[in-house]
Design a protein. Structure first.
Length: 210
């Protein structure tokens, strides 16, 4: 009996030492997500291209491991809020968006590795909403702001450090191709400005696996 108990103990110790991502597992990560646009646009009313500032929000990822190496991940966040302006005028408007992103991922290493670096490729959908000119914009005769929603390709690199069977810490970065049309009226005349946001998104998070 003692020998069997020792063998069972050895087996359970061995299996609990398998701390890394494995097939069939779900995990989620919660942390900070920062969107840093690499913005460019057509010339706006002869005043150059749009400037868009950075924004940080709580970010969440949900991942399913299809095999020990292949994951499928959904990125979600609370709405990002950016100020948009022009060099000569300063900030003119505030826009909000949600950029859910679905990735297919390859995790390097195996189910026994403590570090699991990964690469991913996928698709981003960015929904713009609650877009408003501020007082400077309104005083400049601007109104009726809207931004076209965007579908685009996303790429990703990240690393998980597996602390124990349940907990991990993570750092990851995405590049998202987000292109939109910024539509508004200037002194009553309709404008449509082709605009690229193409941000880097940085996330630092803690994860829980089950
Ligand atoms: Ni683009």
């Amino acid at each position: 009996m003692k020998k069997i108990a020792a063998a069972l103990l050895a087996v359970s110790c061995f299996s609990s030492s398998v701390v890394a991502h494995e097939a069939g597992e779900f995990f989620f990560r919660v942390g900070s997500a920062t969107v840093r646009p690499n913005e460019s646009s057509n010339n706006v009313l002869g005043m150059g291209s749009f400037n868009v500032d950075n924004n940080t929000q709580p970010g969440f990822t949900f991942t399913y491991m299809a095999t020990d190496n292949i994951g499928v991940e959904l990125l979600a966040a609370t709405p990002f809020k950016h100020k948009v302006g022009l060099g000569p005028t300063g900030d003119l408007a505030t826009v909000h968006h949600l950029p859910p992103t679905l990735m297919a991922q390859w995790y390097f290493g195996d189910a026994g590795s403590t570090f699991r670096p990964y690469l991913g490729v996928g698709v981003n959908y960015t929904m713009f909403f609650d877009n408003k000119f501020n007082d400077t914009g309104k005083e400049s005769g601007l109104s009726d702001l809207s931004l076209k929603n965007s579908w685009g390709v996303a790429g990703q690199a990240g690393v998980d450090y597996l602390i124990d069977k349940n907990w991990l810490i993570n750092a990851s970065v995405w590049y998202m191709d987000i292109d939109t049309e910024v539509k508004f009226k200037a002194g009553g005349a309709r404008q449509s400005i082709s605009t690229q946001l193409d941000p880097w998104v940085f996330m630092f998070s803690a994860g829980y696996r089950f």
